[in-house]
Design a protein around this ligand. Sequence first.
Ligand code: PLP
Length: 392
Amino acid sequence: MNISDREAAYFFHTYKRIPLEIDRGEGVYLWTKDGKQFLDLFGGLAVNALGYAHPGVLSAINEQAKRYIHLSNYFLQEPQIRLGELIIKHSGFKRVFLTNSGTEAIEGALKLARKWGKKHGKNEFVAFSNAFHGRTMGALSLMDREKYKDGYEPFLPNCYVVQHNDVEALRKTVNDKTAAVLLECIQGEGGIRPASADLVKELVQLKKEHGFLLIADEIQSGLGRTGKFFGFEHFDLKPDIVTVAKPIGGGLPLGGFLGNEEVAEVLSPGVHGTTFGGNPVACAAGCVVMQELFDNKLMQHAGMMGEYFKSKLLELKLEFPSLVKEVRGFGLMLGMELTREGETIVSTLRDRGILLNCTDVTVLRFLPPLIIKKEHIDYGVKELRSVLALQG
Ligand code: PLP
């Protein structure tokens, strides 16, 4: 049996896998077993910020693995503390809890908001349509897309999803019982759709009126991807809780939620925990990610490359007005909305050695490693241009 048949035979059929057998990666490139090279504009779905085989990440993983790979959270673990310090220093938040994944960060953030809400007589959550917050039941309870939810009912009570960017609907839904509003400032999976200036203004106003917590889901947009540490820094917003994951472990499973002074003292020993969350090897790799972002100015680089990439995509919009509807995004979190389904373009580009993804049916999504350079962008855009020209 080939690898696809073996997967089909033994695994639950949850993933539509790309029909490539990757052998190795280096920098922004991947190679298949049969030696074909691919430029990765997909970045492991925004995880591989430092690309593949980053020497600093490899050495941090190796050094930490030699000391200990796991101890459990009963022990103080130096890489965890070091990463926590760096996150707090650069984020301005007060406290952090480390998880294994994005969806666990969301669950933790919701639990934190629930506990806080209990003290303040608030037990409702509000989120926005078309967002993606993960696959666990709490996250699903705050999403509206049938494709993720169908068959998993019943969901958590007191959860309300309002139309994205619908200011009126938001005003009608939040009240003094609202404990938290959960927002992806830039919806990733939902098609690189930013919150509107009106929504942000209304959120700030309603927060003042009703005193709820604002939870920013920065799992995709956070940690330098948009040229700033958090995506919400592009908006005039100050969340109380932030969730992070994806690039934070240098490719190893790691996530977390951060809280400001409002929620800093809500959690006490034993009320929340995890066996694997904050794994020391992942944290050691995470410290390298933080070092690259700040000391080696990778975040600024991502911002500059993002502007360049966006300007090139906007040129394509001018060249192909009947095919390209809109180009959106911040930094290296970019989307090109087409006037038709994008899957054929994705597979044609793959045949030409470029990897990217299509989300929300019509949106080509670009989440390349933050180490990408102009020459890679030029090459990717050249191929995209010739594939767009082939479309009738
Ligand atoms: N939130 C956002 C914005 C995401 O993009 C994702 C994953 O794509 C998640 C939450 C869930 O993260 P994970 O897949 O690590 O559970």
